[in-house]
Design a protein around this ligand. Structure first.
Ligand SMILES: Cc1ncc(COP(=O)(O)O)c(C=O)c1O
Length: 336
């Protein structure tokens, strides 16, 4: 059973309905996650055959990204780095903050690395305790996820959803791709790969650009991120933009390139001081302790107990054993 907000893309609903027995649409858009939580509490109360996996609070989510995504990024960097290159930063927009945990591993391996969390400017929860609806599907839900290791986060970067939305069209329409190759001088093989970024992937890339500008990084500094899904999930969104703004043209492509990519600046971002981090961490109280049943002791442990996160990450080996045992029991992996 999968639960997600009704206003998310049609492609996402189609995809989920293929893998979930039942898909429940809760009211609202991407940032209406409280409504999903309410639904899960209703299911807990009314059915005894459900187990809730809430990505925002399951530590398995962050352990997985620490172990798998973190090491994958480190391996990728080691395989491409040239003489004098360093992994200077990593940026992840936060939905559940699972991918953010890759940064915890990277900071252990590359202690100088700066770790940034991204969100939508239209829902600036981390930047200014703000709220609002936005169009970067998969991130930004008007709360701080329970599994976000805020104390280890160096920077908050907000991305205007108008930038990611319009770049989606630039990167995925014939006119846009032609402009990028012929007028902007982007190699054709790079342009062909741009559809690997969905809307939040584009927002991730924009976070990296903002971080690079903020810290005045050079050609020897590499900033890592992830493509959380691809443009295939958002063809209907591109159609919507065509309907609202008219068919895409070379002029529109030039405008989008200049405004939404080259025009990206170091606004709406904050390098976090100790007190800033604490302010973000403290916001967890209202969602998790007041509403969702977490304890006062544990929220304090997350901040004050220096072993809380490292002990969590060390569970990976035991979890692997359980996963292997489960796979053996079901026999599905062997069949594949
Ligand atoms: C499309 C998309 N982008 C970004 C994210 C955010 O990743 P995370 O939940 O690891 O913060 C998600 C995950 O939920 C997603 O589905």
């Amino acid at each position: 059973m999968a639960i997600l907000p009704a206003e998310m893309s049609k492609e996402r609903f189609d995809w989920l309905s293929k893998i979930a027995g039942e898909v429940i649409a809760t009211p609202g858009c991407e940032s209406n996650v409280k409504e999903i939580f309410d639904k899960t509490w209703e299911l807990r109360r009314t059915r005894d055959d459900v187990v809730i996996f809430n990505q925002f609070e399951e530590m398995g989510n962050c352990i997985w990204h620490y172990q798998v995504t973190g090491n994958a990024i480190a391996e990728a960097f080691e395989s491409i780095k040239g003489e004098g290159d360093r992994l200077a930063g990593a940026c992840f927009t936060s939905g559940s903050a699972g991918t953010m945990s890759a940064g915890d591993l990277l900071k252990e391996k590359y202690p100088h690395l700066k770790l940034a969390v991204g969100e939508a400017l239209q829902c600036p929860t981390l930047l200014e305790n703000g709220f609002g609806g936005h169009r970067i599907e998969g991130i930004g839900d008007k709360h701080v996820p329970w599994i976000h290791n805020v104390k280890n986060t160096d920077m908050v970067i907000d991305i205007d959803d108008d930038d990611s939305q319009n770049l989606l069209r630039l990167f995925n329409s014939e006119e846009g791709k032609k402009y990028l190759v012929e007028k902007a001088g982007v190699p054709a093989e790079t342009v062909e790969q741009l559809s690997l970024m969905g809307i939040s992937g584009i927002a991730n890339m924009l976070c990296c650009i903002k971080m690079a500008k903020y810290y005045e990084l050079t050609e020897h500094d590499i900033v890592a991120t992830v493509c959380t899904d691809s443009a295939i999930m958002y063809e209907s969104r591109i159609k919507e933009l065509d309907e609202q703004q008219g068919a895409y043209s070379e002029l529109a492509a030039a405008y989008d390139f200049a405004k939404h990519l080259q025009g990206v600046r170091t606004d709406a971002m904050l390098e976090l001081s100790y007190q800033d981090r604490k302010r973000v961490h403290n916001l967890k109280y209202y969602t998790w302790v007041e509403q969702q049943g977490k304890t006062y002791e544990e929220i304090n442990q997350q901040w004050y107990d220096e072993h809380y996160w490292t002990d969590m990450h060390e569970q990976a080996a035991d979890l692997d054993k359980l996963i292997n045992a489960f796979n053996e029991k079901t026999g599905v992996l062997a069949e594949l």
